[in-house]
Design a protein around this ligand. Structure first.
Ligand code: ATP
Ligand code: ZN
Length: 212
């Protein structure tokens, strides 16, 4: 029996995901380019390399038993998966940003406005919670240029340093989600796989403790 783990194939989370496994004493040989999966040499683990957006679905379906993916992606996906552990990397914020001269005093600023985002679910939740009606314009990338080309009044996007916003004449005005990478698991895991998961979680917690 092996536990099947989905991690990002390439991008911001890939290296830290592989590094965490390594720190847990798990070696995967992923030297071959464009490889879709790899097997750990010294732990009952098989690793799938996927786009981060696809990971919650694979885990919900049980194609992968567990995954490493950003909380932002997990909550936006609304998939039925469980966050078992936060991993301490891939830290960012999902924030509302307005143009730098706007006088943002609170969510009511957004009433009747147009917001560009790749996170329509989380933005709608934020608006509903605050009783605000606004138009959400979903775009998949380069959200931060939307106000300057007249596509939207505000944006909601992932921020870490804030320099991308700044370079586009925007300012961060409201954090709607603090996010980091999480270990998610499928709702139904058999006993044998669950034992492997508990072993892995124990190692991850040990690595986290050593760093804090
Ligand atoms: P993929 O090709 O896998 O779909 P992607 O382009 O959607 O990749 P990345 O840009 O690699 O995704 O980001 C992956 C995750 O890294 C994000 O979902 C988020 O959890 C995290 N992250 C941390 N800091 C940032 C940041 N400043 N901007 C965007 N994502 C960040
Ligand atoms: Zn993605």
């Amino acid at each position: 029996m092996v536990l099947k783990l989905a991690i990002q194939k390439s991008g911001r989370l890939h290296e830290d995901s592989v590094k965490l496994l390594k720190e847990c004493g798990i070696e995967i040989n992923n030297n071959v380019k464009n490889q879709l999966k790899a097997t750990a040499a010294n732990f009952p683990l098989e690793v799938f390399f996927l786009r981060d957006d696809d990971i919650p679905q694979y885990v919900e379906d049980g194609v992968a038993d567990i995954g490493f993916v950003g909380e932002n992606v997990v909550y936006e996906s609304k998939k039925n998966v469980k966050v078992a552990e936060l991993l301490g990397f891939g830290k960012c914020r999902l924030s509302i940003a307005t143009t730098k001269n706007d006088d943002y005093t609170g969510p009511e600023f957004l009433q009747g406005k147009k917001i560009a985002t790749s996170y329509p679910v989380l933005v709608q939740q934020f608006l509903s919670k605050n009783n605000i009606q606004a138009e959400i314009h979903e775009i998949s990338g380069s959200v931060e240029i939307a106000p300057s080309i007249g596509l939207a009044d505000a944006v909601c996007d992932l921020v870490s340093s804030g320099s991308t916003l700044f370079m586009n004449g925007l300012k961060e005005t409201e954090i709607i989600l603090q996010s980091q990478s999480a270990l998610i698991q499928t709702p139904e895991l058999n006993q044998e796989k669950n034992q492997i998961l508990q072993k892995l979680l124990f190692r991850i917690q040990t690595v986290k403790k050593a760093k804090s």
